[in-house]
Design a protein around this ligand. Sequence first.
Ligand SMILES: [Zn+2]
Ligand SMILES: [Zn+2]
Length: 279
Amino acid sequence: MRIHLCGVRGSTPAPGAEFLRYGGHTSCVAIAHGDGGAPALILDAGTGLRRVTGLLGGPPFAGTIVLTHLHWDHVHGLPFFSAGDRDGARATLLLPEQDGGAQAEELLARGMSPPHFPIGPSGLRGQWSFATISPGTFKAEGFTVEAREVPHKGGRTFGYRVCDGHSVIAYIPDHCPADLGPGPDGWGEYHPAVLALAAGADVLIHDAFWLPEEVTAQALLGHAAADYAVGLARRAGARRVLLAHHKPDRSDEALDRLAARFRADPSIAVAAEGQVIGC
Ligand SMILES: [Zn+2]
Ligand SMILES: [Zn+2]
């Protein structure tokens, strides 16, 4: 697999000189097969989705976009994905089924339709289809994808485990393990869903919104601490962990300091936009 980190910021984009090296785009990971093909499976449609048009190098997008959940930082790139919003594009968009059982297109349209935005999902050009998914395993673009529900805040949220028959990537960008208790290290519970998603993964991309000194009962709401992501990787036997979904005001210097804390262990890295990982 070739994994393109197109957006590693959480909550809202972070433009500005102090965010250049780790990047300001919100959540988006594009995955291609290792044979040099174009990215065909996209995890989340934050503003980083705009970068995928450049990765495709001209042709329209043909593939599947899977959303972890419907928060703005995971969908706002959708109408700005020019390789997908054009004639000749083909996109299947999958998102977690929400309480109440609304259709996928209706759920998306709640945040993307007039008066909030000029067009609704059906206004995207090309062939788009929208569907909800439940926890379980499905095939998409030659990958096997396993979806499991993880605790977050405000809307049902999934984490994903993607396998191409050779390598495994686990993607859990928004996760509040403290919802299930402090866990053995105090950062939140290492619960069965995330342990299964990350088990033996070649690469784990995980929520690292908080630093330990920021973690209070209040601050834990919605997200995880970097140290939880590291602890999860160790317990699940993941070979590499990328700390991601950075707090929007976390500057390059602050992220350098985070990286320095884990410098002794080469399996731990701070995710940066534009990074390409082969596995
Ligand atoms: Zn998020
Ligand atoms: Zn979220």
